[in-house]
Write a protein that binds this ligand. Structure first.
Ligand SMILES: NC(=O)c1ccc[n+]([C@@H]2O[C@H](COP(=O)([O-])OP(=O)(O)OC[C@H]3O[C@@H](n4cnc5c(N)ncnc54)[C@H](OP(=O)(O)O)[C@@H]3O)[C@@H](O)[C@H]2O)c1
Length: 246
C-alpha cells in the first residue's frame, strides 16, 4: 500500500494521479491551501478506494509551515513512498513586466517554494534510503519565451535543482522525477487559446506520470511527444529563437 504525500493536492493533474493511486488502496497525506476543495478531493479519493486520507491546509508559499507539514506526514505513515509537488500558478506575464514585486511573488510560488519543499523532504528520504520525489515543472522551463519567461524561469530553476538533487539522492536509492507536461486542459489554462490537437486531459498525463514515478524516471515529458517538440525547440539557434513570437 503506497504512502503518498501530495503538495498542491487540489491541482487537476495531481488529483488525476491520486485517483490512480487510490484505486490501488494508497494512503494519502494531502496538502493544499483551499480547505473546501481539499475536503472534496479527500472524500473523492476515499470513495475510490484510498485506505486513508489525511488533509492538511497549507499555503505552499508559507515556507515556515513546510517543516511541520512534512513532520506530520512522515509521522502519520512512518515514512513515505512518494512525494508529489504539484502546486503552481500561471502568471500574467505582461503584468509581471510592469511589477517587480509580482514577478518575485510568482517566481516564489513556482520556484522558491518548491525548492524549499524539496530541501526539507530530501534528508527524510535520504534517511529512509528509498522513495520517490516527483515535481511537476513544465516544458516552459526548457527555453525562455517572451510570452511566459517568469513562469518558465521558475520552472527551469526547479528542473536544474532537481537534476543536482537527483544525482545526490541516487546513491541512496531515492528517485527524483521532473515531470514536464505540455498543454493540459485544467483550471490553470481555462480560457487560454490552446491548440486543441496539442492539448491533453489531466487523466491522460496522469497515466504517464504515475507509471513514470513508479519506474523512477528522471525527466518525464507528458504526453511523450513533447520530448520531440522540445528537442526541436532546443536546437533552434538563439539568433533565430529571439525573433520568434512565442
Ligand atoms: N495545465 C497545464 O497546461 C500545465 C502545463 C505544464 C505544467 N503545469 C503544471 O502542473 C501543475 C498542476 O497544475 P494544473 O494544470 O493541475 O492546474 P490547477 O488545477 O490550476 O492546479 C494548480 C494548483 O496549484 C495550487 N496552488 C497555487 N498556488 C498555491 C499555493 N501558494 N499554495 C498551495 N497551492 C497552490 C492551486 O490551488 P487552489 O486550488 O487553491 O488555487 C491548484 O490546486 C502546476 O505546477 C503547473 O505549473 C500545468
Amino acid at each position: 500500500m503506497k504512502r503518498v504525500l501530495i503538495v498542491g493536492a487540489t491541482s487537476a493533474i495531481a488529483a488525476a494521479c491520486a485517483r490512480r493511486w487510490a484505486a490501488d488502496g494508497a494512503r494519502f497525506f494531502l496538502a493544499a491551501r483551499d480547505a473546501e476543495k481539499l475536503a472534496a478531493v479527500a472524500s473523492d479519493l476515499g470513495a475510490r478506494g484510498a485506505s486513508e486520507v489525511i488533509p492538511f491546509q497549507m499555503d505552499a508559499s508559507d515556507t515556515p509551515a513546510h517543516a511541520g507539514m512534512i513532520r506530520e506526514a512522515f509521522h502519520a505513515f512512518q515514512g513515505l513512498d512518494i512525494a508529489l509537488i504539484a502546486h503552481g500558478t500561471l502568471p500574467d506575464q505582461a503584468a509581471c513586466e510592469r511589477d517587480a514585486a509580482l514577478t518575485l511573488r510568482e517566481f516564489g510560488v513556482n520556484g522558491l517554494s518548491v525548492i524549499a519543499l524539496l530541501t526539507s523532504l530530501a534528508p527524510r528520504f535520504e534517511q529512509q534510503q528509498g522513495g520517490a520525489l516527483a515535481v511537476i515543472t513544465s516544458v516552459a522551463g526548457d527555453r525562455g519565451r517572451p510570452g511566459n519567461y517568469v513562469y518558465g524561469s521558475a520552472k527551469a530553476a526547479v528542473s536544474t535543482f532537481c537534476e543536482g538533487l537527483r544525482a545526490r539522492l541516487f546513491r541512496c536509492g531515492v528517485t527524483v522525477t521532473d515531470i514536464r507536461p505540455g498543454f493540459v486542459a485544467t483550471p490553470m489554462t481555462r480560457g487560454l487559446p490552446l491548440p486543441g490537437w496539442l492539448t491533453s486531459t489531466p487523466e491522460a498525463v496522469a497515466k504517464r506520470i504515475v507509471s513514470g514515478i513508479e519506474r523512477g524516471a528522471d525527466v518525464l515529458y507528458t504526453p511523450f511527444y513533447w520530448y520531440f517538440i522540445l528537442c526541436a525547440i532546443r536546437l533552434l539557434p538563439r539568433a533565430i529563437f529571439k525573433r520568434l513570437k512565442l
